[in-house]
Design a protein around this ligand. Structure first.
Ligand code: HEC
Ligand code: HEC
Ligand code: HEC
Ligand code: HEC
Length: 524
């Protein structure tokens, strides 16, 4: 391996806007990264190919295998996010009990777990109940788009199949002859050009967004790249309908802006087209209890962070999640991309906040997280109540107001909006820390919309449901603790909860996949 630019180890200290930071150094660009000439093939997707040339980064990347340490709210144990009954490693004290209720009718209600390290991305994907493993046809019932953030193989597959790739069944790429779970999970090739190790985007939706906004990757600042490589995946996205482009292609809904308010507006005009060619509302699923068209959010870390206290000051994701470490006398970026709170010394933060103690910094994070999480649970329960109000109003045959249909339609719009703004904070992975003001503002918007939904649904039936709605929601609509694809084959299970009752039982079907293994005769 030869280095064509400056050598590793020489670095400069740059003061980032001394005005903003006072005595704080901008660690982001402290280390001059050389342009390497690795001799690696441009299209390699196997992690071990990088081991010989980059033993330090390779070794710290393997620390992403750590899966036992929890922080107060996060960490790397893949607990069920709705389960506050069972102790770790399955459940968790800061779980969100109403998740299965809020996603009823959508595969997220089957299983949703706390994230862990990048090295598990493929393994967790092929084992999650959201991807179907039942039925003789072996279909995953999910598009290949889902693989986009799990493996660099997407580059090869996209080259081979073009835009047809996105809507192919996810299980096409499930067997071991299609993907190596340890070697081809998220790795070096997702963020680096293997030939030079320069940061480069692999992800089609990010490249599309850069193109739409006339931005040239090569002209972006190093610091922006140190965040945008993460924004390939740690963002909100949706799958296009064939009305708007190649079916099931992932798109970032940022054309109106990246605030939740902008994205909500965007979604309301990017659904299926009507007869006149006008696009209606985008919908991920219709909620089983309230029949409301819902948008499911995904991990909007980038959209939360970029205009928060750190994002606005030019700090990057890598500053906190890939701190500088000294290995073999060399200064390198730690590739253990995990919670900075796992380190009792809070070294990632103290690269900049050198004047603060670890305890002080930890307390500041926990302060924001507690305030955010408390309001998150309130917004969540109010969202459930809004669904229940519409469900009750929908079932009413008497007491209808003259404009019943219009009021119920408006109520559903407010249920959708309330759930969207709640989910934005719920799905974001920092429990408010990436942008405390935005997190609380978004939760307030959620509660405002959910309250309106309750008012509108009540008005639609002349307040005849008000007495019922004034009961404790945890009693009238208990959290659904257990639900899965298998349980959905049982009428007895569906009869156990007033909301589950509104689902249609699935016909019994044999399990044909176990992780990457085909269990039935079709197995080769
Ligand atoms: C999720 C994105 C991501 C993945 C995956 C990733 N890196 Fe990096 N890597 C970065 C970022 C960001 C930097 C910092 C670049 C900068 O400061 O300009 C970096 C820096 C580097 C550098 C420059 C020296 C240093 O330590 O800062 C090397 C070499 C490197 N990575 C190798 C690897 C190898 C080998 C792998 C796989 C085992 C890997 N990277 C996986 C994002 C990634
Ligand atoms: C190719 C998509 C992709 C890219 C690029 C990516 N991530 Fe991730 N990240 C994921 C997925 C998927 C998971 C969850 C994996 C699991 O739970 O199996 C994850 C998990 C994480 C976690 C949780 C780890 C833990 O121990 O709980 C952190 C932190 C994280 N990523 C930070 C980053 C940062 C910082 C970057 C950029 C330097 C980045 N990610 C780039 C997809 C990606
Ligand atoms: C100023 C430091 C800082 C910056 C910048 C930052 N984060 Fe974080 N991040 C944190 C803290 C603190 C947490 C909370 C961890 C905890 O509670 O254990 C967190 C949590 C996370 C988690 C969940 C970790 C887990 O254990 O599951 C992910 C994923 C993540 N951040 C990704 C990102 C991405 C992507 C960016 C850039 C868009 C980013 N972060 C920018 C400090 C930062
Ligand atoms: C790359 C440098 C850098 C790193 C790393 C960094 N910070 Fe900061 N931090 C800043 C800057 C810049 C500001 C904004 C300063 C200002 O506005 O006066 C800031 C502000 C803050 C604030 C006040 C913001 C608010 O919400 O009012 C807190 C608290 C904080 N950082 C905690 C942390 C923690 C915890 C970590 C580690 C997880 C961390 N920082 C990592 C640079 C950094």
């Amino acid at each position: 391996m030869t280095k064509t630019a400056c050598t590793l180890g020489s670095f400069v200290l740059v003061l980032l806007g001394g005005l903003l930071l006072g005595a704080c150094n901008d660690v982001s660009t402290e280390l001059k990264v050389p342009v390497y000439k690795t001799g690696l093939k441009e299209d390699t997707t196997r992690m071990s190919d990088f081991k010989k040339d980059f033993p330090n980064q390779y070794a710290s990347y393997q620390k992403n295998n750590e899966t036992k340490v929890m922080t107060e709210y996060k960490g790397s144990i893949p607990y069920h996010k709705n389960d506050n009954v069972n102790p770790l490693p399955i459940g968790f004290k800061h779980a969100q009990p109403y998740l299965k209720n809020l996603w009823l009718g959508y595969p997220f209600s089957f299983e949703y777990n706390e994230a862990r390290g990048h090295t598990y991305a493929v393994e967790d994907f092929v084992n999650i109940d959201r991807i179907n493993r039942y039925g003789a046809d072996g279909k995953g019932l999910m598009p290949t788009t889902c693989w986009n953030c799990k493996t660099p193989n997407m580059m090869r597959w996209h080259k081979e199949f073009g835009d047809k790739l996105w809507s192919m069944d996810a299980n096409t790429f499930r067997p071991v002859d299609k993907i190596d779970a340890k070697e081809e999970t998220i790795n070096c090739a997702n963020c680096h050009d293997p030939k030079t190790m320069e940061l480069r985007p692999y992800s089609e939706p990010l490249k599309d967004w850069l193109k739409r906004t006339n931005q040239d990757w090569n002209k972006l600042s190093r610091n922006v790249k140190r965040s945008l490589v993460c924004a390939q995946c740690h963002v909100e996205y949706y799958f296009t309908l064939k009305d708007n482009g190649p079916a099931a292609k992932p798109v970032f809904p940022w054309d109106n802006g990246m605030d939740p308010v902008d994205m909500y507006e965007y979604y309301n005009s990017h659904g299926p087209k009507d007869a006149s060619g006008k696009s209606g509302k985008f919908v991920d699923f219709t909620h089983a209890a309230s029949k409301t068209p819902i948008i499911k959010l995904q991990h909007p870390e980038w959209e939360t962070f970029y205009d928060g206290p750190h994002g606005a000051a030019g700090v990057s994701c890598a500053d906190c999640h890939m701190q500088y470490v000294r290995e073999d006398g060399k200064k390198v970026s730690s590739h253990w991309m995990t919670s900075p709170m796992k380190d009792a010394e809070m070294r990632a933060c103290r690269q900049c906040h050198a004047d603060k103690t670890a305890d002080f910094l930890k307390e500041r994070v926990l302060y924001t997280q507690k305030k955010t999480f408390d309001q998150l649970l309130k917004a969540e329960a109010l969202s459930v109540k809004a669904h229940e109000a519409v469900r009750l109003a929908d079932m009413q045959t008497e007491n209808k107001a003259p404009d019943y249909d219009a009021l119920l339609a408006q109520a559903r719009e407010m249920v959708r909006k309330g759930q969207f703004f709640w989910d934005f904070v719920s799905a974001e992975n920092s429990v408010g820390f990436h942008n405390p003001a935005k997190a609380l503002d978004t939760l307030m918007r959620s509660m405002e919309a959910s309250s309106k939904a309750i008012d509108l649904a009540s008005k639609a039936v002349n307040y005849s449901i008000s007495a019922q709605l004034s009961e404790d929601i945890e009693k009238t609509v208990p959290p659904i603790l257990n639900h899965s694809r298998k349980l959905m084959q049982s009428q007895e299970h569906l009869d156990s909860h007033p909301w589950l009752k509104m689902l249609k039982v699935l016909p019994p079907a044999p399990q044909v996949w176990d992780g990457q293994k085909r269990l039935d005769a079709a197995a080769k």
